[in-house]
Ligand binder design. Structure first.
Ligand SMILES: [Fe+2]
Length: 187
């Protein structure tokens, strides 16, 4: 991560996660490494993606967990405490199909009103790809493996399990689009 926003983002994420949630911090760093693999693909938006990648789960930090829905808590923190870049905040709020989980939690209206999904599907897909191909420990995995791991961890009948069942096909499609774009890149 070389961009100036990404350096700032990394220090904010580290301050919130490293001590309170060390495994979540490992995951966040792994997601940021994934983002670095997409630098060429994203050109001028690579710094924005790297920033969103390292901060996407910041809302899990116990002191920030006001609603308990981490995409919304994280986005509000970045907006209110840091006056962060609007596209960054909207990416964090909507990472990995968060709208569908918000719906399960009765928070879709709040999320959509405060943080509309970005129109730039390339960036939205890229963040899905980075998150969904990284294990909780920060290692690389397949999207199928990651979905299975989430389902095992939360249970099929849990709120997150229901969300993952609804979101799986969109998640796999987004990851597929990014993989196709990577494969089409000139080497
Ligand atoms: Fe997340």
């Amino acid at each position: 991560m070389n961009g100036s926003m990404a350096k700032w983002a990394c220090s904010v994420a580290e301050a919130e996660l490293r001590e309170s949630l060390p495994r979540r911090w490992m995951h966040s760093q792994g997601v940021a490494r994934r983002a670095a693999e997409l630098t060429e693909l994203l050109g001028g938006d690579a710094d924005l993606l790297a920033s969103a990648a390292v901060l996407h789960d910041v809302g899990y930090a116990p002191r920030l967990a006001a609603t308990g829905f981490h995409p919304l808590d994280g986005a509000r923190f970045l907006r209110d405490d840091h006056a962060a870049d609007e596209r960054l905040v909207r990416l964090v709020a909507n990472h990995s199909l968060a709208l569908l989980e918000a719906e399960e939690r009765g928070l879709r209206g709040d999320l959509e009103a405060e943080f509309p999904l970005l129109d730039d599907h390339r960036l939205v897909d890229a963040l899905v790809y980075c998150d969904m191909t990284t294990t909780p420990d920060g290692n690389g995995t397949s999207a199928e493996g990651r979905l299975e791991e989430i389902m095992d961890r939360y249970g099929a009948d849990s709120l997150v399990g229901r969300f993952i069942r609804r979101a799986s096909s969109d998640i796999l499609a987004a990851v597929g689009r990014v993989e196709a774009a990577l494969a089409a890149q000139p080497r």
